[in-house]
Design a protein around this ligand. Structure first.
Ligand SMILES: Cc1cc2nc3c(=O)[nH]c(=O)nc-3n(C[C@H](O)[C@H](O)[C@H](O)COP(=O)(O)OP(=O)(O)OC[C@H]3O[C@@H](n4cnc5c(N)ncnc54)[C@H](O)[C@@H]3O)c2cc1C
Length: 415
């Protein structure tokens, strides 16, 4: 296989944006994904819709994630596949694939990162498990967009699992869809079935500890999206515990479906249409990078000198131990930025991390983890690494001013 300037691991929003941005800036780029399509959690875990990414500044609505994210939204709209942040994941797969290939990105699917070869402060190559057997890929620079900081972890970089006091992560959720629903009738019975649900929960009738039923409309008529199972106290980066989590979550899917069929209206002719191909992971490892972004930074609306992405999504913490979800909402017009230094893992010179596993504490991660923001983080990582390629310097030694100018040129909002 040819040698690349940049290899990006993980084809979620962060990885796709990283790869597109790096290739657009002239780097020979490969994007590797263990599954068969781009989109990450939106595809693998059926996560939908995009969480809010706007605020009002001087009386005007401003989108905080623009650049490649805006391009993706516009393409979804052109294909009639976007409606108030709801989208079709099938169309998304095609759009991301086209965008990546048209930008000059090479794709490799069905390749699971297995190991990392390192020399001193640099990664030389990655080994993937494939149907061919072990498959080695060399590059000068790497971007870890696996969500789990898997490259950084295997390379021996320090990481933080979940919250600081006990390593518990936000719960995992297996999303599912129910088809052939009379959605209006269902919505009209909302308060009845939600209060019955709470009653059952308080009587210990559910294995699912979630406090209510979290359900969304979709862009497909008569189909509802449920983001409501909750598996707590399982480690999302332990294969045995994630297996246990999948087993518990599938039982919860049936539990919720049986419950709503009995207590909500509009489901007489419904059927359980699909469960996601894998349980959704909100939080796992975060790297310990050159700067650890904190919840306090967010609450202070901190604008960093090296801010490369902007966010105001609430600090949305699904209780890692059971029922309850806590929120801290940003006031209108307020937002924070994400520093470039939080993408740089300690101890390595040719690796950047993008997406939900950048360097931060548990509270900060609960906000910037949403798809619009990780897309912006990814775009910044791609531009940064392409600059490092051009100049032949380490990821710490790029010119951050130039990075920000390039992002602005491509339509980013940086505050
Ligand atoms: C249940 C749930 C509900 C959520 N709800 C919302 C919501 O409504 N709106 C919103 O905006 N955000 C939501 N989020 C958050 C958001 O979906 C994620 O934080 C975001 O998608 C993370 O993007 P990412 O690119 O960092 O990682 P991911 O999307 O997880 O992408 C990582 C990619 O890397 C690949 N990969 C991982 N390991 C390897 C490996 N070893 N080898 C090769 N490839 C690998 C994976 O297959 C995946 O495609 C939710 C998350 C969950 C779990």
């Amino acid at each position: 296989m040819k040698k690349y300037d940049v290899v990006v691991v993980g084809g979620g929003f962060a990885g796709v944006a990283s790869a597109i941005a790096a290739a657009r800036e002239g780097a020979k780029t490969l994007l590797v994904e263990k599954n068969n399509a781009l989109g990450g959690s939106a595809i693998n875990a059926l996560v939908m819709p995009f969480m809010p990414f706007t605020t009002e500044i001087n009386g005007e609505k401003v989108e905080l994630s623009q650049g490649i994210f805006k391009t993706i939204c516009n393409l979804l709209k052109e294909r009639n596949s976007y409606d108030t942040r709801k989208f079709s994941e099938e169309e998304l797969k095609m759009i991301l694939q086209d965008l990546a290939i048209d930008s000059g990105v090479d794709l490799l699917f069905h390749a699971y990162l297995h190991n990392v070869n390192k020399l001193g402060g640099k990664i030389n190559s990655l080994i993937f498990s494939t149907k061919n057997g072990p498959f080695e890929i060399q590059a000068d620079y790497f971007i870890d967009a696996t969500g789990d900081a898997q490259v950084a972890y295997l390379a021996g970089c320090p990481v933080q699992l979940g919250r600081e006091k006990d390593n518990l992560c936000q719960p995992m959720t297996l999303c599912f869809r129910v088809g052939n629903v009379n959605v209006e009738k269902f919505m009209a019975s909302w308060s009845r079935f939600q209060s019955k649900y709470k009653e059952y929960l308080s009587q210990g009738k559910f294995i699912n500890p979630r406090e209510d039923i979290l359900v969304f409309r979709t862009i497909v008529p008569n189909v509802l999206h449920f983001n409501t199972t909750r598996v707590v106290k399982k480690n999302p980066v332990d294969v045995v515990e994630t297996t246990e989590a999948e087993i518990i979550a599938r039982k919860q899917v049936y539990e919720v479906y049986q419950f709503i069929k009995e207590h909500a209206d509009g489901l007489e002719n419904s059927f359980l249409m699909s469960t996601a191909q894998e349980i959704g992971v909100r939080e796992s490892r975060m790297i310990v990078g050159d700067y650890v972004l904190t919840e306090q930074d967010l609450r202070n609306f901190t604008k960093f000198e090296d801010g490369i992405a902007v966010c105001n999504y609430d600090i949305d913490i699904h209780n890692p131990e059971g029922s309850g979800t806590s929120h801290y909402y940003f006031p209108q017009g307020e937002f924070y930025t994400i520093p470039y230094r939080s993408l740089i893992p300690k101890t390595l010179d040719n690796l950047l991390v993008a997406g939900r596993c950048i360097s931060s504490d548990h509270g900060a991660q609960a906000s910037y983890r949403i798809m619009p923001t990780v897309c912006s983080i990814g775009e910044a990582a791609g531009v940064a690494v392409a600059q490092a390629v051009k100049k032949g310097v380490g990821v710490r030694d790029i010119n951050v001013k130039e990075l920000k100018q390039t992002l602005l040129k491509h339509g980013a909002f940086l505050g």
